[in-house]
Design a protein around this ligand. Structure first.
Ligand code: MSP
Length: 518
């Protein structure tokens, strides 16, 4: 074991009734950036994603596809592994709820809850929405145009009446409120925390945690007519992957508790039910629960019926992988809803990436290639301007770390782009192309300062744009073992005289098809 601090980050596990779309890609991307950042920043990281394969919704989808549920799950789950490759997600583990390690874990948790007197048998009568896999009270429902009762999410509900086990959620109201009060950053962002708190304050009813009307799930230990409610099954994945039920094992002690990332639609399950289950079982609650917003497309809600679903592999093919990764995290303040528009991505690609970042690197590296024998230039004494520029580069890690610690990806990127802006101004002010004639030694110093600034920028953009940053680092000949954040600062500064490869543009402009054809 390395002795490094650990960091455990999870995505929701995705339902296999659907193919991967932008919602899945977005949640996992956010986690990927955190995982990559923390690894580079000296942590041992476990980054978990996977698929949620049980429940009535998946059972129905398999039936509609005319295959048995397990083959259906095997097929669709694979699409989420492919998504990870398409998006260059650095996952450490991929969990499927149909795996034996997971069934064992859910049954152990169930048994623990029963032993603690937290689960009892009764009968459920009320509304259920299969699409959300959630129970709703009468006063939460609305009526659709055709008289159909609808859940707040818009999902149709059906009246369910069957014997059911219940979890004593009502007993945890005070415990949950104490948790939220004592740890103000447990649920983020704050607006979401407030919503959860008022939901819990309005009163909690015991939760139905088993169903008898379908079969596709984990049977209740000792009463296999009952299938566990899919959310108790699904949420438990987070501890399964850490090694549960071996609570005293090295793995579990090492990784748990985790940070959970998800969309706002499934916050209640994570911020209310999940900590209640854990407290009831005497297991530590998560470190943080962060709910991000939802994307619309060109101002419209995204839905299959509107035919405007965004398929990750399509936009990657169209705009480029790192361009998509960057745009998704830069376009919106993380936590808020955002709109995915063609114009927005093109603007990010051409302005932020090509004109600002790419152009900075390209002009500096090509001047070095032409005027410094293609080697890292020798530098003289640094002027106050040089020191200010280097100081900005050196200060960047602390700023980015602070923002990512609260999942503010947009601010982290803003901080990096502030330094890119400074560097572009520094080039213009120092005008190395003029110095070339008047003071070549000074030109070399200026180019050195810029190359060193680019080194810092490229190291710090690795989590968001791994491939492009690697290509930039290749161009300034940074060895593989000097690409983590321990190499930031003066200790591993570029060595004058190091030969550099021929510079090549890293961030191409997006050219509209019509323009390209013209
Ligand atoms: N299986 C449950 C989660 C169980 S976790 C223990 C589930 N699965 S899901 O496949 O529906 O998850 C979808 C994820 O994508 C959620 O985090 C959701 O918020 C996100 N999104 C779905 N559509 C989205 C957008 N249009 N925009 C952003 N994210 C959205 O829920």
């Amino acid at each position: 074991m390395s002795g490094k601090p650990t960091y455990y980050i999870t995505t929701p596990i995705y339902y296999v009734n659907d193919n991967p779309h932008i919602g899945h890609a977005y949640t996992t991307l956010a986690c990927d950036v955190l995982a990559r950042f923390m690894r580079l920043d000296g942590h041992d990281v476990m980054f978990l994603t996977g698929t949620d394969e049980h429940g009535q919704k998946v059972e129905k989808a398999a039936e509609a596809a005319g295959v048995d549920p397990q083959s259906f799950c095997d097929r669709v789950s694979e699409n989420f592994r492919i998504l990870a490759e398409t998006m260059n997600f650095s996952i450490d583990d991929f969990i499927r709820t149909t795996e034996p390690r997971h069934e064992r874990s859910v049954q152990a948790l169930w048994t623990k809850l029963v032993d603690a007197g937290q689960i009892y048998l009764d009968a459920y009568e009320g509304w259920y929405a299969v699409r959300d896999e959630a129970f709703y009270a009468e006063d939460e429902l609305t009526t659709g145009p055709d008289g159909q009762k609808l859940a707040p999410s818009g999902a149709p509900v059906e009246w369910v009446k069957e014997p059911s086990y219940f979890f004593r959620l009502s007993a945890w109201q005070d415990g949950l409120l104490e948790l939220y009060e004592s740890r103000p950053d447990f649920i983020m962002p704050e607006s979401r925390r407030n919503e959860v708190m008022s939901f819990v304050k309005s009163g909690l009813r015991d939760l139905s945690v088993s169903r008898t009307s379908f079969k596709w799930g984990v049977p209740v230990p000792g009463d296999p007519e009952h299938i566990m409610y899919v959310w108790i099954d699904a949420l438990t994945n987070y501890i399964t992957a850490a090694g549960y039920p071996d609570e005293d094992g090295e793995s579990f002690k090492r990784w748990w508790p985790a940070i959970h990332m998800m969309g706002k639609d499934i916050l209640r399950f994570h911020a209310v039910y999940w900590p209640a289950f854990l407290m009831a079982a005497g297991i530590e609650v998560p470190r943080r629960i962060f709910a991000h917003g939802w994307w619309t497309r060109e101002g419209q809600k995204i839905s299959k019926s509107l035919g405007n679903v965004i398929v990750p592999s399509d936009i990657v093919a169209q705009y480029g992988l790192d361009q998509v990764r960057y745009a998704l995290l830069r376009e919106v303040n993380f936590g808020n809803d955002g709109d995915f528009s063609h114009r927005g991505v093109v603007q990010r690609t051409n302005h932020d990436l090509a004109n600002e970042y790419g152009n900075l690197a390209q002009r500096v590296l090509s001047m070095i290639a032409k005027n410094c024998d293609g080697q890292v230039p020798e530098h003289g004494a640094f002027t106050p301007e040089d020191q200010a520029m280097l100081g900005q580069a050196h200060g960047l890690l602390a700023a980015v770390r602070g923002h990512l610690d609260v999942q503010a990806f947009h601010l982290a990127l803003q901080a990096i782009w502030d330094v890119i802006g400074e560097a572009n101004r520094y080039v213009d002010v120092q005008a190395p192309w003029t110095l070339k004639k008047t003071d070549p030694a000074r030109m070399a110093t200026v180019l050195y300062v810029l190359a060193e600034t680019i080194r810092h920028l490229a190291l710090l953009t690795q989590p968001v744009m791994p491939e492009s940053s690697a290509r930039l680092l290749d161009q300034i000949a940074i060895p593989a073992d000097q690409r983590d954040f321990a190499a930031l600062g003066e200790g591993f500064a570029l060595k004058p005289g190091t030969p550099l490869p021929k510079p090549q543009g890293v961030f191409p402009r997006y050219v509209e098809e019509e323009e390209g054809a013209a």
